[in-house]
Design a protein around this ligand. Structure first.
Ligand code: B12
Ligand code: SF4
Ligand code: SF4
Length: 319
């Protein structure tokens, strides 16, 4: 199987997969940290994390009873991140929004992993996980040897940095593959991310308070709640990369890639939200119906937030 995937290296690269790893370790190492995080109510208004489903994360078997192993993949949007940094737009968006040709990374990753399943695992039972399953994805990627957990709580690949999304194939049997060594933490004495967070959402190393995080406020909270203090200092209208921008691993990783902007949808989002002044975007959104917005941003991550959610983000920056 490894041979087949190696042969298809170009194919993996074309899907923006920069690394993958195999693991038979189905118990998260830091589940207790997750429980304590919930006990402190650091999930803020993200209710779905704190339900009877939460405990499912104690073992991958709770999610897929026959599971024996996992293949964990990292999908990178670093080239888009470099492109956006070079443009230095006044309005900012997290790079993952535009990074997969402007297509929602859930769709992109699901499609890629389903194609791998069709080629290599069509004979067996599998489960694809991207973001939404009760699975601690960073913990799994860490245990699979794909990187370490930084103080900003990101999974950081030692070469490709943290501008990577995680996608997983769970399998009902073991593969004849070797497992990578766990990567030891590279943070050392660095505190850049804690200092750079505009809203002080990183309370202490590894501990993010979702109630204070710009990413949560702009992506998860559709209602017109008060923004976290410090929100206005950065002009992030969707997502936030501030705690990754200052990370030495990302700065180094960026030096090794070429800036790349690709995809019609990404170009459309860039034109609409990054090349225009906020008040004119606000006017435009106000003149649009919810239905028309959904149609224009179909298949992008902006579809989920909807017109009202985007307007909320922008209004808080312009008022
Ligand atoms: C809820 C959620 C959020 C919340 C809460 C984030 C948080 N830090 O907890 C909000 C909305 C704020 C958020 C924001 C973002 N998110 Co988010 N999010 C999730 C989601 C759905 C669940 C995460 C979760 O359970 N959080 C609770 C905390 C306690 O768990 P955790 O962060 O996984 O942390 C684990 C480890 O850090 C470990 N740990 C704790 N202490 C220590 C100490 C050591 C030494 C070690 C090794 C480990 C360790 O304990 C935890 C349990 O195992 C995951 C997808 C998934 N199913 O896992 C995506 C996910 C974590 N998000 C992702 C991304 C990309 C982001 C953003 C960068 C998006 C953006 N640009 O705007 C920001 C980054 C903010 C930040 N600094 O974390 C990616 C992360 C990829 C990566 N390279 O790490 C994920 C994995 C989605 C994906 N499929 O790729 N997110
Ligand atoms: S994503 Fe932004 S607001 Fe959230 S922890 Fe990182 S820097 Fe702070
Ligand atoms: S900025 Fe520094 S402390 Fe934060 S994750 Fe990167 S290396 Fe670790």
């Amino acid at each position: 199987m490894l041979k087949i995937i190696e042969l298809n290296h170009q194919k993996l690269k074309s899907q923006q997969i920069v690394d993958f790893a195999y693991t038979e370790n189905l118990i998260p190492k830091y589940y207790e940290f997750y429980e304590q995080w919930l006990a402190r109510k650091l999930n803020g208004s993200i209710q779905y994390l704190d339900t009877p489903q939460a405990a499912k994360r104690q073992s991958i078997r709770n999610l897929f009873a026959e599971c024996k192993s996992a293949l964990v993949f990292l999908f990178s949007h670093l080239e888009m991140k470099k492109y956006l940094d070079e443009q230095a737009y006044k309005n900012k968006m997290a790079a993952f929004v535009l990074g997969y040709d402007g297509i929602d990374y859930h769709h992109h990753i699901r499609k890629s992993l389903n194609a791998i399943i069709k080629d290599h695992f069509f004979y067996t039972k599998t489960v694809v996980c991207v973001d939404t399953m009760p699975l601690l994805e960073r913990d799994l990627a860490y245990q699979a040897g794909l990187g370490f957990i930084g103080k900003n709580s990101m999974l950081i690949h030692p070469i490709y940095g943290s501008q990577v999304m995680i996608g997983t194939i769970l399998l009902d049997h073991k593969l004849d593959l070797s497992q990578k060594m766990v990567v030891s933490s590279g943070c050392g004495d660095c505190q850049n991310c804690l200092q750079a967070c505009p809203t002080n959402a990183i309370l202490s190393p590894f501990t993010v308070d979702a109630a204070k995080c710009i990413s949560a406020f702009t992506i998860e909270q559709m209602k017109r709640l008060d923004p976290p203090q410090g929100f206005k200092s950065q002009n992030y209208i969707f997502g936030c990369d501030a705690c990754q921008n200052v990370c030495p691993f990302n700065i180094e990783a960026q030096k090794k890639v070429k800036a790349n902007q690709s995809g019609e949808k990404a170009a459309f989002i860039e034109d609409y939200f990054l090349k225009n002044e906020l008040p004119s975007i606000e006017t435009r959104l106000n003149q649009l119906s919810n239905h028309a917005y959904k149609k224009q941003f179909k298949d992008s991550v902006l579809e989920r937030t909807g017109r009202v959610g985007m307007l909320k983000n922008i209004e808080h920056l312009t008022d």
